[in-house]
Design a protein around this ligand. Structure first.
Ligand code: CO
Length: 210
C-alpha cells in the first residue's frame, strides 16, 4: 500500500528533475502565471489526460473534468471554471472532449441502480431519450454506446452555447466551442465538427438579451 502511494512522490521528483534538465527556467516561468488558450472539459476517466493526449505542456490548457464530460447548467463547479476561463484567462477555445468506451455513458444506458451517481447519469439519460429513435436502432451495445458518446458531446457543446457566460463573451470577444471524441483504439481525437463561434446557431429560446 505504502509503496503504491510513494511511487507518485518518487515519480514527481524524477519528472521535476527531467523538466529542469530540458529547461532550467521551466518552473520559474510557470510560477509567473498562466496564460492558457484553451479550456478543456473532459471525462474524469484516468485514461484521458488532457495534456498528454494533446502533446501540450503545463500552462497550456485550463482543465475541468467530471464523469462523462458534462455541462450541467446548475453545476457551480463547471460554471465557475467556465466563467474564470472565459472572463479572466480569456481562453479562445472551449473543448468538450468525450471518449469512446466511456463508463459513465455505458452506465447511463443501463437500468442498474448506480447509487448517488444516478443523479449525475440522469443528464445522460436525457440525451439518450432525446435521440432514442436513432440509438434504439443500433443493435450492438458497444456501437450504440459509442454513438451516445458522440451525441452526448454534441449536447454538451449546445449546453455551453446556452450559457449566459458564453453569450456575454461573444458580445465583445471571439470564442469558439468544439466537440471532440478521443479513441483508445488508435489514440486519435475525432473532431465532431459541432463548433459554435457566435449566437446565430443558438436556438432562439435560449438566447439572452444582453
Ligand atoms: Co468517461
Amino acid at each position: 500500500m505504502r509503496r503504491l502511494y510513494e511511487r507518485l512522490l518518487t515519480g514527481n521528483k524524477q519528472w521535476a528533475a527531467e523538466k529542469l534538465k530540458d529547461n532550467p527556467d521551466f518552473f520559474k516561468k510557470l510560477s509567473l502565471g498562466q496564460n492558457p488558450e484553451y479550456l478543456w472539459i473532459g471525462c474524469s476517466d484516468s485514461r484521458v489526460p488532457a495534456n498528454e493526449i494533446t502533446n501540450t505542456e503545463s500552462g497550456e490548457i485550463f482543465v475541468h473534468r467530471n464523469i462523462a464530460n458534462m455541462v450541467v447548467h446548475t453545476d457551480m463547479n463547471l460554471l465557475s471554471v467556465l466563467y474564470y476561463a472565459v472572463e479572466t484567462l480569456k481562453v479562445k477555445h472551449v473543448i468538450v472532449c468525450g471518449h469512446y468506451g466511456c463508463g459513465g455513458i455505458m452506465a447511463a444506458m443501463e437500468n442498474k441502480d448506480q447509487g448517488f451517481v444516478n443523479n449525475w447519469l440522469r443528464n445522460i439519460k436525457e440525451v439518450y431519450n432525446k435521440n432514442s429513435e436513432e440509438l434504439d436502432a443500433i443493435t450492438d451495445i458497444k456501437t450504440r454506446g459509442n454513438r451516445l458518446v458522440e451525441l452526448n458531446v454534441i449536447e454538451q457543446v449546445h449546453n455551453l452555447a446556452k450559457t449566459k457566460i458564453v453569450q456575454q463573451h461573444w458580445k465583445s470577444r471571439e470564442l469558439e466551442i468544439h466537440g471532440w471524441v478521443y479513441g483508445f483504439d488508435n489514440g486519435l481525437i475525432k473532431d465532431l465538427e459541432v463548433s459554435y463561434s457566435d449566437i446565430q446557431n443558438v436556438e432562439p429560446i435560449f438566447r439572452y438579451d444582453i
